[in-house]
Design a protein around this ligand. Structure first.
Ligand code: DQQ
Length: 484
């Protein structure tokens, strides 16, 4: 079998699509959703992802594959996993993880069967050529049955595997019929034979009556963290995290939070060689299925984030430090009183690929923030605001696009500042993607689809604010596919 990597020139056909990100990872074309199988192998970062090679819509899931030396620039590799007819993965290869099994690169994933993916089983594949080609285990599936406790047999997916003491452990996402999401915990001594232990979390305190998918479970500092994506067909989805303690195969959450208040979904983490816990997530689209098909691409990976814990046991998130190598032209503004100010353009900024760091003293009342992706004639702009009265982050998308068919409703996230704490906004703007992380702990990912090529301006904005801008730094970001 000859395997070819996607032609890098494939990307060029999107060169004039200014809604398409240029420094976030996405495949050369077509559909991508969850990150899968993250692993650092011989120094290189491997990113696999849910991929439909036949178009920009969710169907026939494969695992796409890319590799990076620096977490910034990626090289497309051949598709890693393809559904095999008359096998446990004949209808698709759903999400999963990668481990180093005594020197053998190993992928563990969910194989699905049936027109509605009604049979979901856990499968394994290995590589003997440094992750380029993969052989599925002839004895698949490894786990064919959902534990009885589930009361249903369909939703059982997204294995996440780790090494603990002298055994392998696996968590699989599922739901207990009529009750809640659940994470099932398994143990193995050889990675092939698995013994079901118990639900990882006994006392499910999260309000979700649907399944928990894409579990991640890992140690962070002196705590353990469980991340689950709470999925529900045709309804709001979100990503929740729990920080707590783990003993005797049971996890007891102490702190619960939302990992993101917007479009980031189904994240996956990995431990890299330097000991960093890194996270990628699927940034969903905010436009119609037809618009995605017409564009020829759908789905973006969030910029990799480095996870640590805050002093009060919440998740701290920051873009990986490597990001500074993408910074190019720089703009700086400092010491601006917001009293009486409504708008002050940041002169010269003309970019839809920006990293921004803004530090405000927001004052006791009113709103302050930034206007981005602003057209010269004022018809398009997106407003990223902090509302001091309600202590909320707001993304106002009412004017983001002249196209009425894209998501335009405002997005909000509660963000309470401690007494005297400044507001720090870290913003990664890239075409139609805006990742906002406030004070390293509140994440709001947005999608906006400006229609005008000149929607690239930035301004400082305020309304009824008594606050102060300490500083704003903005950098144009290099295109990871064409610039070094
Ligand atoms: N996406 C995959 C599933 C997973 C879901 C299918 C989450 O494995 O549960 O594409 O987005």
């Amino acid at each position: 079998m000859t395997l070819t990597s996607p032609d890098p020139k494939l990307r060029q056909r999107f060169a004039s699509d200014y809604q398409r990100p240029t420094y976030h990872f996405l495949p050369p074309a077509h559909w991508m959703n969850d990150p899968n199988g993250l692993i650092q192998w011989k120094g290189q970062y491997h990113l696999f992802y849910q991929y439909n090679p036949h178009g920009a819509f969710h169907a026939t899931m494969h695992w796409g594959h890319a590799v990076s030396d620096d977490l910034l620039h990626w090289r497309d590799l051949p598709i890693a996993l393809t559904p095999t007819p008359h096998s446990p993965d004949e209808a698709g290869i759903f999400s999963g993880c990668a481990v180093n099994h005594d020197g053998v690169p190993t992928l563990i994933y969910t194989g699905v069967q049936g027109a509605h993916y009604e049979i979901q089983t856990q499968c394994i594949a290995t590589s003997d050529d440094d992750l380029l080609t993969w052989a599925k285990y002839a004895g698949n599936p490894l786990i064919a049955e959902v534990p009885d406790l589930a009361g249903q047999t369909r939703d059982f997916r997204d294995p996440f595997v780790w090494r603990e003491d002298d055994a392998w452990y696996m968590v699989v996402g599922s739901r207990i019929e009529g009750r809640s999401g659940v994470i099932f915990l398994y143990r193995s001594h050889d990675l092939f034979t698995w013994e079901y232990l118990n639900p990882l979390v006994e006392d499910n305190r999260l309000e979700t009556d649907w399944m928990w998918e894409c579990p991640n479970f890992f140690q962070l500092g002196d705590k353990h963290v469980l991340i689950v994506s709470a999925g529900r067909p045709n309804a709001t989805v979100n990503v929740q995290y729990m920080v707590g303690t783990y003993a005797n195969h049971r996890f007891v959450p102490e702190t619960v939070g939302l990992l993101d208040y917007g479009y980031l979904y189904a994240p996956l983490t990995m431990l890299d060689d330097s000991g960093r816990r890194l996270l990628w997530g699927w940034v969903r689209e905010g436009r119609t299925v037809e618009a995605q098909k017409a564009a020829g691409w759908s789905g973006v990976q969030s910029f990799p984030r480095h996870l640590t814990l805050t002093a009060d046991g919440r998740l701290r998130m920051e873009p990986v430090a490597e990001i500074v190598d993408l910074r190019a032209e720089h703009w700086h503004l400092a010491d601006v009183s917001l009293a009486g100010l409504s708008e002050q353009p940041v002169g010269g900024v003309d970019s839809a690929s920006l990293e921004m760091v803004a530090v405000f003293e927001p004052g006791a009342t009113g709103q302050c923030g930034l206007k981005v992706l602003a057209s010269a004639d004022g018809t398009e702009a997106t407003r990223i605001l902090y509302d001091a009265d309600t202590q909320q982050l707001i993304v106002d998308r009412e004017q983001s696009s002249l196209n009425a068919d894209v998501d335009q409703e405002p997005q909000t996230a509660p963000h309470v500042l401690a007494e005297g704490e400044a507001l720090e906004l870290r913003i990664l703007l890239d075409g139609s993607v805006i990742e906002i992380i406030a004070n390293q702990r509140t994440s709001l990912t947005s999608r906006v689809y400006p229609t005008r090529a000149d929607s690239r301006g930035v301004a400082l904005i305020a309304q009824g604010s008594s606050g102060y801008l300490r500083r704003l730094d903005a950098w144009h970001m290099k295109d990871i596919w064409t610039e070094r």
